[in-house]
Design a protein around this ligand. Structure first.
Ligand SMILES: [Zn+2]
Length: 144
Protein backbone atom coordinates (compact mmCIF):
# COMPACT_ATOMS: atom_id res chain seq x y z
CA UNK A 1 0.00 0.00 0.00
CA UNK A 2 1.14 3.52 -0.75
CA UNK A 3 1.42 6.00 2.16
CA UNK A 4 -1.78 7.77 1.03
CA UNK A 5 -3.66 4.46 0.82
CA UNK A 6 -2.44 3.58 4.30
CA UNK A 7 -3.59 6.95 5.61
CA UNK A 8 -7.03 6.42 4.12
CA UNK A 9 -7.26 2.90 5.53
CA UNK A 10 -6.25 4.23 8.95
CA UNK A 11 -8.95 6.91 8.63
CA UNK A 12 -11.59 4.31 7.73
CA UNK A 13 -10.50 1.99 10.54
CA UNK A 14 -10.65 4.84 13.04
CA UNK A 15 -14.16 5.73 11.86
CA UNK A 16 -15.29 2.11 12.25
CA UNK A 17 -13.73 1.89 15.70
CA UNK A 18 -15.65 5.05 16.67
CA UNK A 19 -18.90 3.51 15.43
CA UNK A 20 -18.29 0.28 17.33
CA UNK A 21 -17.48 2.25 20.48
CA UNK A 22 -20.70 4.26 20.04
CA UNK A 23 -22.76 1.06 19.61
CA UNK A 24 -21.17 -0.37 22.73
CA UNK A 25 -21.77 2.85 24.69
CA UNK A 26 -25.46 2.91 23.72
CA UNK A 27 -25.85 -0.78 24.58
CA UNK A 28 -24.25 -0.17 27.99
CA UNK A 29 -26.66 2.72 28.64
CA UNK A 30 -29.63 0.62 27.58
CA UNK A 31 -28.49 -2.28 29.75
CA UNK A 32 -28.02 -0.09 32.80
CA UNK A 33 -31.60 1.20 32.34
CA UNK A 34 -32.91 -2.35 31.86
CA UNK A 35 -31.06 -3.50 34.99
CA UNK A 36 -32.53 -0.60 36.94
CA UNK A 37 -36.09 -1.64 36.08
CA UNK A 38 -35.31 -5.32 36.60
CA UNK A 39 -35.53 -6.36 32.96
CA UNK A 40 -33.10 -8.73 31.22
CA UNK A 41 -30.21 -7.03 29.44
CA UNK A 42 -29.54 -7.25 25.69
CA UNK A 43 -26.43 -8.38 23.83
CA UNK A 44 -25.02 -6.06 21.16
CA UNK A 45 -24.89 -7.97 17.92
CA UNK A 46 -22.79 -6.82 15.03
CA UNK A 47 -23.92 -7.82 11.54
CA UNK A 48 -21.45 -10.42 10.15
CA UNK A 49 -21.06 -8.51 6.90
CA UNK A 50 -20.32 -5.27 8.78
CA UNK A 51 -17.79 -7.16 10.90
CA UNK A 52 -16.14 -8.54 7.75
CA UNK A 53 -16.04 -5.05 6.18
CA UNK A 54 -14.52 -3.67 9.39
CA UNK A 55 -11.88 -6.35 9.38
CA UNK A 56 -10.90 -6.16 5.71
CA UNK A 57 -12.38 -4.19 2.83
CA UNK A 58 -10.74 -6.48 0.21
CA UNK A 59 -12.23 -9.54 1.97
CA UNK A 60 -15.62 -7.81 1.99
CA UNK A 61 -15.38 -7.16 -1.76
CA UNK A 62 -14.66 -10.86 -2.32
CA UNK A 63 -17.62 -12.07 -0.24
CA UNK A 64 -20.60 -13.75 -1.91
CA UNK A 65 -22.85 -11.26 -0.07
CA UNK A 66 -21.20 -8.27 -1.74
CA UNK A 67 -21.37 -10.20 -5.04
CA UNK A 68 -25.12 -10.41 -4.59
CA UNK A 69 -25.50 -6.70 -3.67
CA UNK A 70 -23.36 -5.78 -6.67
CA UNK A 71 -25.43 -7.92 -9.07
CA UNK A 72 -28.62 -6.42 -7.67
CA UNK A 73 -27.40 -2.83 -8.20
CA UNK A 74 -26.13 -3.56 -11.73
CA UNK A 75 -29.50 -5.12 -12.57
CA UNK A 76 -31.35 -2.11 -11.13
CA UNK A 77 -29.26 0.20 -13.32
CA UNK A 78 -29.65 -1.98 -16.42
CA UNK A 79 -25.86 -2.60 -16.27
CA UNK A 80 -25.36 0.94 -17.56
CA UNK A 81 -23.10 3.62 -16.14
CA UNK A 82 -25.37 6.14 -14.43
CA UNK A 83 -23.13 8.97 -15.58
CA UNK A 84 -22.51 8.25 -19.27
CA UNK A 85 -24.74 5.23 -20.10
CA UNK A 86 -21.77 3.13 -21.26
CA UNK A 87 -21.68 -0.48 -20.05
CA UNK A 88 -21.08 -0.42 -16.29
CA UNK A 89 -18.15 -2.41 -14.90
CA UNK A 90 -18.35 -1.50 -11.26
CA UNK A 91 -20.62 -0.57 -8.40
CA UNK A 92 -19.47 2.51 -6.54
CA UNK A 93 -20.10 3.23 -2.83
CA UNK A 94 -21.58 6.68 -2.28
CA UNK A 95 -21.46 5.98 1.45
CA UNK A 96 -19.80 3.37 3.65
CA UNK A 97 -22.51 3.48 6.32
CA UNK A 98 -23.54 0.17 7.84
CA UNK A 99 -26.93 -0.14 6.04
CA UNK A 100 -25.16 0.29 2.68
CA UNK A 101 -22.46 -2.21 3.59
CA UNK A 102 -24.91 -4.87 4.75
CA UNK A 103 -27.10 -4.45 1.66
CA UNK A 104 -30.01 -2.57 3.18
CA UNK A 105 -29.55 0.76 1.42
CA UNK A 106 -28.87 0.26 -2.27
CA UNK A 107 -29.70 3.92 -3.01
CA UNK A 108 -26.15 4.72 -1.91
CA UNK A 109 -24.67 2.37 -4.50
CA UNK A 110 -24.35 3.32 -8.14
CA UNK A 111 -23.27 1.50 -11.30
CA UNK A 112 -20.40 3.16 -13.14
CA UNK A 113 -18.14 2.38 -16.09
CA UNK A 114 -14.42 2.13 -15.35
CA UNK A 115 -13.68 5.53 -16.93
CA UNK A 116 -16.33 7.39 -14.93
CA UNK A 117 -15.37 5.50 -11.78
CA UNK A 118 -11.75 6.59 -12.20
CA UNK A 119 -12.89 10.18 -12.81
CA UNK A 120 -14.79 10.12 -9.50
CA UNK A 121 -12.08 8.35 -7.50
CA UNK A 122 -9.12 10.36 -8.75
CA UNK A 123 -8.19 13.98 -9.28
CA UNK A 124 -5.30 13.38 -11.65
CA UNK A 125 -3.21 10.87 -9.73
CA UNK A 126 -4.48 11.87 -6.29
CA UNK A 127 -7.27 9.76 -4.81
CA UNK A 128 -10.14 11.87 -3.50
CA UNK A 129 -11.54 11.57 0.02
CA UNK A 130 -15.02 10.07 0.51
CA UNK A 131 -16.44 13.60 0.95
CA UNK A 132 -14.76 14.95 -2.19
CA UNK A 133 -15.97 11.96 -4.22
CA UNK A 134 -19.52 12.66 -3.09
CA UNK A 135 -19.32 16.30 -4.16
CA UNK A 136 -17.95 15.37 -7.60
CA UNK A 137 -20.52 12.62 -8.06
CA UNK A 138 -23.40 14.91 -7.12
CA UNK A 139 -22.15 17.53 -9.55
CA UNK A 140 -21.89 14.94 -12.32
CA UNK A 141 -25.33 13.48 -11.57
CA UNK A 142 -26.81 16.96 -11.36
CA UNK A 143 -29.01 15.80 -8.49
CA UNK A 144 -29.08 15.07 -4.76
ZN1 LIG B 1 -19.43 6.14 -17.45
Amino acid sequence: MSPSEEARKAERDAEKARKFAEQQRLADQLNSLLTRIGEPTVAVTIHPLWALFSESYPAYLQSPEWGEIRRRVLKRDGSLCRLCLAKAQCVHHISYDEPVIIGERDEDLISLCDACHASIEFDGTRQRSVEEKLIVLRERLGTR
